[in-house]
Design a protein around this ligand. Sequence first.
Ligand code: ATP
Length: 282
Amino acid sequence: MVYEKAPAKINLTLDILHKRKDGFHEVEMIMTSIDLSDRLFFEVLTKDVIIVDSENRYVPNDHRNLAYQAAKVFKKQCGIRSGVKIDIDKNIPVAAGLAGGSSDAAATIRGLNRLFSTGLSNEQMEKMAEQIGSDVPYCIQGGTQLAKGRGEVLTPLPPLPACYVVLAKPKIGVSTKEVYGKVDLNNMIHPNNELAIKALEDQDFQAVCDQMVNVLEPITMNMHKEISPIKEQMDNADADGVLMSGSGPTVYAIVKQQSKAERIYNSLKGFCEEVYVVHSLR
Ligand code: ATP
């Protein structure tokens, strides 16, 4: 049995540069891992099957599961004939903008690499991950990284300075595809990734907060009226930085002080379906 932790990510920035000929958007975004993780357990089966069990009613356990897809690609490319059982203890909210499925897929590649002693390098695992989804290569190593291209051109960055992250997810699921479909390239406020990277290099927490911009935020907010009151509540509670992650709907606040994190958490509990306080991950 092999165990892997699959951490969620938040976007410190998310920019879209243009739409490519292949239909994907060219992105430039800074992501960072947080201490809210799924736990995955891998076992070898003698019969050549892939069994996924997530015990979560929002997550399919068949070929649609991203961990299943990762196992299929891994087995094919590494020539593995035995089967595998994957148990997923799901803690990351689903369809939330936190890359839960992508992180499970990446953890599956890492986990099977250990289970079958295949000795793939991080670069080889990232290449394999590209076939499963745009955020999966980032999730192989996680941490704080700049992601370009579709998300697969990665540059490691200094970590987000240690802080508390308060996450609030309203009771709606957001389709990433639908949000990207509404992108209007002539009408968006872009983040300044150069300044955001400089802030990380300087380990200047407030400067990082000042550079937090996500071009998808106004789009998802327009589609779902539940999101902006959460942002307002976090701002009113004096959060250091507030942003929607990915295509949403999860909104997060980052703060240095524990007392502030608790205040924000308490102000949102009861108001929002799922609220968490976690740490940034270095
Ligand atoms: P991203 O931030 O990468 O856009 P997300 O956090 O918005 O992702 P996920 O939680 O990955 O979204 O779920 C998106 C969809 O993928 C869900 O509708 C879910 O049914 C499906 N899915 C497939 N496999 C998984 C998995 N292992 N965990 C969660 N969702 C999965």
